[in-house]
Write a protein that binds this ligand. Structure first.
Ligand code: ADP
Ligand code: GN1
Ligand code: MG
Length: 353
């Protein structure tokens, strides 16, 4: 790691470098130098991303675009260049690495401590969406093709079920049935996208609460992070993914499903922060938000189960049934949203101009 850090233009000599954060995809480290300066060092996941130079082109362009539009240096991520002026380096084993300034005096939460925290995360993601309205979408590479194409996620799920590579299928038949019963409806957002009924915008696509930073002093929206999946997409993806993670009453990997519910209060709180901050959504986009929450939750359940069936190659896990536990919380949330569908749609309609 020291050799890798030496390839970047750091302020000072590295004195420590330790695993950091709770991301499921990249390997993340906190590096500190002898001047006290802190950095985030990341080894990018080659299992997730097949065009890392393209991905880093996106990240460099988006961070520069955002930085040019805000006077506060902490309001967007800042890449540290390598000695030869590039945004990433490749080591002798073929691994890709990058370094960011550590966003100081900030909070990154796994669950909202107060509804106001969740509201502020909604403001951050809404503003992110709004600030990228003029970003030239056609210059972005698709870092994970078909990322939120739910029918394509089902196609991969069927392959995993048929192959049963890890020999786990017989133990997850109720979950498989639950997902198959919803396959037809799960394609609705994708059909609306392909039919041109919902506009394609530049979206974040991975709007978990731990992908946003709040100011540690004011607890206000500060900075959106984890830009690896910034791509053309639907606003419903960003709204939905935040709800599935942050409006849940329990962690994503909770084993006691009786604790897992989608809080309508948190759902309303998020909508109140996100919708105005986006600055002008179409009527069809507004109408699609509850479906976004349901679809993103189901899709994540599908993806966790696919990875479990394939033998846990994609997400980091810390226990053998981790992906299955994650799948089950998502399916519980889907059921709960189905029960709460009428208030979910009524809340969004109350935001219509
Ligand atoms: P992953 O794709 O694996 O989720 P992230 O880019 O989200 O990786 O980083 C993982 C975690 O590291 C984040 O949830 C956050 O806690 C922390 N983190 C990432 N970038 C920064 C940064 N620039 N400053 C401070 N913390 C960061
Ligand atoms: C991953 O990278 P991270 O941990 O913020 C995943 C998301 C999932 C999420 C589930 C690139 O997000 O799509 O929704 O886990 N990111 C990628 O927690 O696949
Ligand atoms: Mg992340």
């Amino acid at each position: 790691m020291e050799q890798v850090l030496d390839l970047f233009r750091l302020n000072g000599r590295p004195v420590s470098c330790d695993p950091y954060g709770e991301g499921h995809i990249n390997l993340t480290f906190l590096a500190v130098t002898d001047t006290g300066k802190r950095y985030i060092l990341q080894r990018l996941s080659r299992a997730a991303f097949h065009d890392i130079p393209g991905l880093m082109g996106n990240v460099a362009a988006v961070t520069e675009f955002l930085a040019a539009r805000s006077p506060d240096p902490r309001s967007s991520l800042h890449l540290i260049p390598t000695l030869d002026g590039r945004s990433f380096c490749r080591d002798s084993e073929g691994e890709f690495w990058r370094v960011y300034d550590f966003v100081e005096d900030s909070l990154c939460l796994q669950t909202p401590e107060t509804p106001e925290d969740f509201y502020q995360s909604a403001v951050a993601f809404g503003q992110f969406q709004c600030r990228l309205r003029d970003f030239p979408a056609e210059t972005l590479c698709e870092t994970i093709p078909n990322f939120h194409n739910t029918p394509d996620r089902y196609r991969k799920f069927h392959l995993a079920v048929d192959a049963d590579a890890a020999g786990r299928l017989s133990s997850v038949l109720p979950e498989v049935r639950f997902l198959l019963e919803r396959e037809e409806k799960a394609g609705t957002l994708q059909r609306l996208r392909e039919g041109g009924e919902l506009p394609v915008r530049v979206t974040h696509n991975d709007t978990k609460l731990n992908n946003v930073m709040l100011d540690a002093v004011t607890r206000k929206a500060l900075c959106v992070i984890d830009l690896d999946t910034v791509m053309p997409g639907l606003v419903a993806y960003d709204f939905g993914d935040s709800i599935r993670f942050g409006a849940s009453t329990a962690p994503e990997d909770e084993k006691d499903l009786s604790r897992v519910e989608m809080s309508l209060d948190l759902y309303e709180t998020y909508a109140r922060g996100f919708i105005p901050a986006c600055g002008g959504l179409t009527a069809a986009e507004l109408e699609s938000l509850p479906l976004g929450a349901w679809t993103m939750t189901l899709e994540n359940g599908l993806r966790f189960l696919t990875d479990y069936l394939e033998g846990d190659h994609y997400y980091h896990i810390t226990r053998p049934e981790h992906n299955l536990d994650r799948c089950r919380t998502q399916l519980k949330l889907v059921s709960d949203m189905e029960q709460k569908w009428d208030p979910m749609t009524a809340i969004i309609r109350s935001f219509q101009p």
